[in-house]
Design a binder for this molecule. Structure first.
Ligand code: M6R
Length: 610
């Protein structure tokens, strides 16, 4: 989604802002822009369609100077990707960048047109610039103008504004989209994501919902939604955790796939003893809350939703608690009935996904036992607003295609399942011990799975000229097939559908011919014989089978069956383990296709709009 960076400094800030934009590229965007003023209020604005580098080359050529500026990467929502629609937007003296969506923009636009404003873009953002300009003209104070306009906006926004005749200050405001202020020495910065500022400072102040901040090079004044001057905590970043280099890897996605053993280890560390899941790692009240749970409602989007679907199998078989899983954008717009003593559980890498956050806010108004989130970003809105939080310690995930965030969500969920089962006395010590042992062994198993990289790279060639593919699984491996299909679609643009293998004969079998790669996740478990019948159904129709199995299953290769046989692992952790070769497959197919692996077209890392 869109990205913001801004600065008030004594030095020239163009390079700083452009580097910040480059750091935000992972979020997904289609155009970029920058506006700068120098100490004599000489103003320039540049906007370009396409990569930040195009904008950077342009800015360099023009040798732009000035210590106060705002910059933006835009991911189109209202209006096509174009230079005119790119930010910053101007209204007379006002320059403004915006993340989010203004839902009542049409009504505001009509009103402003009546007042004589001319619109240069199709965006909802330009409405905010004109609205503030109208107030600014009336009151003469930019801060007051912003404060007066904010209540007129419906929707979500993070905005940064300055008066192009006054280099001394910028104003930032948030509601529904994050804003962080970076504190420098004699200079201050603002961004939509801390990552954009890590080359400038380690000290940060996170604005809260409804905050408006006035920022000069020396001072930061924050006002809450009641207009009161407030102090927001200053937090130091952890440089080791925040590091975001590719190192020896070609892509962030590849790096993140290979980081999984460490990410999993970090997520279990201190939360598992040799024999038990430590329930207080879910919070001091966790034991008493967990013992009361009668139902679990999981809500999430995309990959996180697939993690939830996997957990449903575990919740119902291991902790013997019923569980529903729903896509957040559906959940938030339907009439749902909260069953008694239901734990409302959101899953999210970013903690800023608009639909998931909206679902949580809705749930808080209903009669749920408790809200909980499993999230990878400690300072996210989801974390701040949930009653119980369990952080996955995957480290920053840059690749748009989620990898380590998914496997760490799964390991967190398996720990949660165990803890709830134990507190409800549905799960005995022996079962807990076998889960805990399997969890301890998992990082090493993932290391082994990663050694199949070269073999999977060769296999990826089978997808070279393919337009479509099927992914099959059964039981808890079915959501893993869904995740595998999502990964392939997302980064290779090959159409991929996942089916529960038993469902094949109810329709999708009609698609199978020699042009259709059918990937089957087939570890040795209770459902293997059933799966073998489904595999035969594909084979009989000439389908091109690719089996991901383990060495104990004794499948025979032939010219229509390619096999990757991994070492056997305990079936409890097989969904996490088999995810890794699926990620490698998607990655290598994308390399063959020559796509932009880390920033696939049309996609954004954190989907902060509906
Ligand atoms: O940050 P979240 O986990 O809430 O994000 C949810 C989805 O947008 C995300 O998982 C998306 O599907 C990924 N790009 C998948 O790789």
């Amino acid at each position: 989604m869109c990205g913001i960076i801004a600065a008030v400094a004594k030095r020239d800030v163009a390079d700083i802002l452009l580097e910040g934009l480059q750091r935000l590229e992972y979020r997904g965007y289609d155009s970029a822009g920058i506006a700068i003023i120098d100490s004599e209020a000489n103003f320039t604005r540049h906007r370009r369609l396409g990569k930040v580098q195009i904008l950077a080359d342009d800015v360099k050529e023009q040798n732009i100077k000035g210590g106060t500026g705002i910059a933006h990467t835009r991911w189109a929502t209202h209006g096509v990707p174009s230079e005119n629609n790119a930010h910053p937007h101007l209204s007379r003296q006002i320059a403004l960048v915006h993340n989010g969506i203004i839902e009542n923009h049409q009504a505001l636009r009509e009103d402003l047109i009546k007042k004589g404003y001319l619109f240069e873009s199709e965006t909802d953002t330009e409405v905010i610039a004109h609205l503030i300009d109208a107030e600014f003209e009336r009151s003469g104070s930019l801060f007051d103008a912003v404060q007066t306009c904010i209540p007129k906006l419906k929707g979500s926004y993070a905005i940064v504004i300055f008066d192009i005749t006054d280099p001394s200050r910028i104003i930032a405001a948030r509601s529904g989209s994050p804003i962080v202020v970076g504190l420098g020495n004699g200079e201050n910065f603002v961004a939509s994501d801390q990552l954009a500022l890590l080359h400038l400072t380690q000290r940060f102040m996170f604005l809260e919902e409804g905050d408006i901040a006035e920022i000069t090079d020396k001072e930061i004044h924050v006002f809450n939604n009641l207009g009161d001057l407030v102090q927001r905590e200053i937090q130091e970043s952890n440089p080791e955790q925040d590091i975001c280099e590719k190192g020896p890897f070609r892509h962030f996605m590849q790096k993140e796939i290979f980081e999984q053993p460490k990410a999993l280890l970090n997520t279990i560390q201190g939360r598992l003893s040799e024999t038990q899941v430590i329930t207080p790692s879910f919070g001091t009240d966790a034991a008493s809350i967990f013992s009361k749970i009668e139902h679990i409602q999981i809500v999430a989007c995309g990959t996180s939703y697939n993690a939830g679907l996997t957990a449903k199998y575990w919740f119902e078989s291991l902790s013997r608690v019923s569980c529903d899983v729903e896509i957040a954008s559906e959940f938030r717009y339907r009439h749902f009935i909260a069953r008694p003593n239901t734990l409302f559980l959101t899953l999210s890498q970013s903690g800023e996904t608009a639909d998931t956050l909206a679902a949580l806010r809705l749930a808080k108004e209903k009669d749920f036992l408790c809200t909980m989130s499993i999230c990878n970003v400690a300072r996210s809105s989801l974390v701040r607003e949930s009653d119980i939080v369990f952080l996955t310690h995957a480290g920053r995930e840059i690749g748009v295609a989620s990898t380590k965030a998914f496997t760490t969500q799964l390991i967190a969920l398996l720990m949660l399942v165990t803890s709830i089962g134990k507190e409800k006395k549905h799960l005995d010590d022996k079962t807990e011990l076998s889960i805990v042992q399997a969890l301890h062994a998992l990082p090493q198993h993932i290391e082994e799975a990663l050694t199949f990289d070269k073999e999977i790279e060769k296999l990826a060639k089978n997808f070279t000229n393919k337009q479509h593919s099927l992914f099959l699984g059964r039981g808890a491996l079915y959501p893993i097939a869904m995740e595998a299909a999502l990964k392939l679609k997302e980064i290779s643009y090959i159409h991929a559908e996942a089916y529960a293998a038993g469902e094949l004969k109810h329709g999708p079998l009609a698609l199978v011919d020699a042009q259709m790669p059918v990937v089957v996740i087939a570890p040795n478990n209770d459902l293997l014989d059933k799966l073998k019948s489904n595999i035969e159904e594909v084979r009989a129709r000439g389908g091109e089978l690719i089996l991901f199995t383990d060495k104990t299953t004794a499948f025979q290769k032939d010219k229509n069956i390619k096999i990757i046989a991994l070492p056997y692992v305990n079936e409890l952790i097989a969904p996490i383990y088999f995810t890794v070769p699926m990620q490698l497959l998607a990655y290598h197919v994308a390399l063959i296709k020559g796509t932009d692996v880390d920033q696939p077209r049309n996609l954004a890392k954190a989907v902060t709009v509906e």
